[in-house]
Design a protein around this ligand. Structure first.
Ligand SMILES: Nc1ncnc2c1ncn2[C@@H]1O[C@H](COP(=O)(O)OP(=O)(O)OP(=O)(O)O)[C@@H](O)[C@H]1O
Length: 288
């Protein structure tokens, strides 16, 4: 069963178009990362998915169910910030969540709170930024969900904490092959390490999904003999000429190589492109 399908979704706030999504179709069992510049609409998209706001037009379907009561317990949303719930302690929040979610895993919650070294009886508002993220993760993971949606879940978490949290996400996925994770981030290393699929959000419009491994294989820097009109070759995104050598950035290494060979252009060197450059180039391409 597909955890999420969006079709022709439009959302405007104060007459400004925030989201315009033709289609989003998420298969279960993998990690989808949403990347976009500030204000591109990631949080708004996640609010829509979590049912906190409704689209002006189009459909958002979770687990092929349109009635909220039927999908609500299968979706766990971790917001960017704790919000009003921070006036409670984790002990109080545990009690509230156990009432709200049938099958809430209190044993897992207790274990996570201990592993993350979080105080149970202090109000969450007194926690540091990283502690709040860990607390929200413990709550989100303890729900009986199949779709975990997290808005910048590692921002502000210390290095060892990040490793702990990522390990718990993997455990969450491994326990049930129907489980799926969606998260947003501005960190290239999180994308490189955790993503199966990458979605680019640009001014409210989605591009992708791209399989991360495929993107990494297809992008290449190529140093070739400088020749006129290299920028017109298929796959070539940018060119930079220094003396007799031109450096090309290709988003389709094989096709560009084939074209270069066809034009008898000597390829001097080919090098993989790092995730930071892949993300930057993709986000720049349609920046308006
Ligand atoms: N309640 C609101 N009222 C007015 N404008 C809003 C509201 N919520 C979001 N927006 C606008 O919607 C756009 C998208 O915001 P959103 O928070 O979804 O972006 P984002 O991609 O999550 O950004 P960031 O990476 O900075 O967290 C922005 O232009 C923002 O100003």
């Amino acid at each position: 069963m597909k955890p999420l399908v969006l079709a022709d979704v439009h959302k405007s706030i104060d007459s400004k178009v925030i989201l315009n999504i033709k289609h989003l179709d998420i298969e279960p069992g993998s990690i989808h990362v949403f990347v976009g510049n500030n204000g591109s609409g990631k949080t708004t998209l996640f609010h829509l998915i979590a049912g906190m706001i409704r689209p002006d037009q189009g459909s958002v379907e979770r687990f092929s169910e349109s009635i909220e009561e039927k999908w609500k317990h299968m979706l766990s949303y971790m917001p960017q910030e704790v919000g009003p719930l921070s006036f409670f302690s984790l002990k109080e929040l545990k009690r509230l969540e156990m009432i709200a979610y049938k099958g809430w895993d209190h044993n897992l919650f207790d274990r996570l709170v201990e592993d993350f070294e979080l105080p149970l009886t202090k109000k969450v508002e007194t926690f540091s930024v990283g502690m709040k993220k860990k607390a929200m993760t413990a709550l989100a993971l303890s729900r009986p969900s199949k779709l975990l949606v997290m808005d910048e879940p590692l921002a502000g978490v210390d290095i060892s904490g990040q490793e702990q949290l990522k390990k718990e996400w993997i455990a969450y996925l491994e326990q049930d092959e129907q489980r799926t994770i969606l998260f947003s981030t501005h960190s290239t290393s999180e994308v490189g390490e955790m993503a199966d699929y990458i979605h680019f959000l640009k001014n409210g419009e989605l591009e992708g999904p791209y399989e991360k491994d495929q993107l990494t294989e297809q992008y290449a820097y190529m140093w070739v003999d400088a020749t006129p009109e290299l920028e017109r070759l298929p796959g070539v995104l940018t060119t930079q000429t220094t003396g007799k050598t031109a450096m090309l950035l290709s988003n389709n290494r094989l096709i560009t190589e084939e074209a270069l060979i066809g034009q008898r252009v000597q390829i001097q060197q080919v090098q993989a492109v790092g995730m930071a450059d892949i993300l930057r180039v993709n986000l720049e391409q349609t920046r308006r």
